[in-house]
Design a protein around this ligand. Structure first.
Ligand code: ZN
Length: 318
């Protein structure tokens, strides 16, 4: 008994010591939960020391198919603010988030974009392509939505949120200009981007690429053999030299394409792995939004005959 009690005091003492020592934990006033890594990154940049941010979806996670876990339900119900993308990106989470929104502050940050800047969905009338982060110009407007959501929640933080957002928006303008420069170096006839699913329409619109996804805008529809055969014909006819795999989608269909082209005597390489619907590992440069887009622009430029530094915009790519 005596031993047990002193053991409990020892544990409590450690807890207080650790809690008292963590400056970030002590200073953060708000907890924010975001669905995707890209939104979480924006919230971290804008929120700075005032917010503690958690992302529900990690590297390689497909947001179209993601369903909430028990841990997610607890985290979102305790958060001061829940940020999600909207535009039907998180198709399987939508009901849960709309329901939560009746009780907690929940904001769909991409829903605030002006409709004339959105690309219509191929398959659903009145719906839009959700992959707006692929255009860093458009993503700046989402960062502004994140800033405004934080200010509304915590008006005392307005000066800090505004200053942080201004600095981050500056960095995003630098990113957009780097991407525009390296992608413009690709010969126009090579500007065909063929990937696993239709995540790159905004990228294509911003940088003048023809974009072809094997699967539709969502990853849920299975690509038929017919689709693969048609795309092999297109690769051969257009003499396309590289196709791309995505970190959040199986590479099965892309490999089938490469093999199909090879059987017709046309060599197609895998141009690299692109971050489409999820960022890289937390704690790495590619695990940030800027690193993700820098990686994509650099890899695409180099694979399709353009010029870009091997380690990207800031010599930070791994
Ligand atoms: Zn997608």
């Amino acid at each position: 008994m005596q031993f047990a009690r002193s053991a409990i005091f020892a544990v409590l003492a450690t807890v207080f010591l650790v809690a008292g020592r963590g400056p970030a934990a002590a200073e953060a006033e708000l907890t924010v939960v975001a669905t995707t890594g890209m939104i979480a990154d924006a919230a971290r940049e804008v929120g700075g020391e005032l917010v503690e941010v958690q992302a529900l979806m990690g590297p390689g996670v497909d947001p179209h198919a993601y369903r909430q876990t028990r841990t997610d339900i607890v985290a979102t119900s305790r958060a001061d603010l829940v940020l999600w993308h909207g535009l039907y990106l998180e198709a399987q989470l939508e009901e849960f988030l709309l329901d939560l929104g009746a009780r907690r502050p929940v904001v769909a940050v991409a829903e605030g974009l002006p409709r004339e800047q959105l690309i219509a969905h191929d398959d659903y009338d009145g719906a839009y392509d959700p992959h707006v982060w692929m255009d860093p110009e458009l993503w700046q407007r989402v960062v502004v939505e994140v800033r405004d959501a934080l200010i509304e929640l915590h008006p005392e933080g307005e000066a800090a949120f505004t200053a942080n957002a201004d600095a981050y928006l500056d960095d995003l303008r630098g990113l957009a200009s780097y991407a525009a420069n390296v992608l413009a170096s690709i010969p126009p006839e090579n500007r065909v981007l063929l990937t696993s699913h239709d995540a790159f329409n905004y990228f294509g619109a911003a940088y003048d690429f023809e974009v072809i996804g094997i699967q539709g805008i969502s990853t849920e529809s299975e690509a038929g053999l017919r689709r693969i055969a048609d795309l092999v014909e297109l690769l051969v006819a257009r003499d396309i030299g590289a196709v791309f795999v995505e970190t959040s989608v199986s590479d099965r269909n892309i490999r089938a394409l490469v093999e199909g082209a090879a059987s017709e005597g046309h060599t197609v390489g895998i141009g690299g792995e692109l971050y489409s619907d999820a960022m890289g590992e937390p704690g790495t440069y590619e695990g940030t939004y800027i690193g993700m887009i820098d990686h994509n622009a650099t890899v695409i430029a180099r694979a399709l005959g353009g010029e870009a530094p091997a380690r990207g915009m800031a010599d930070r790519l791994n």
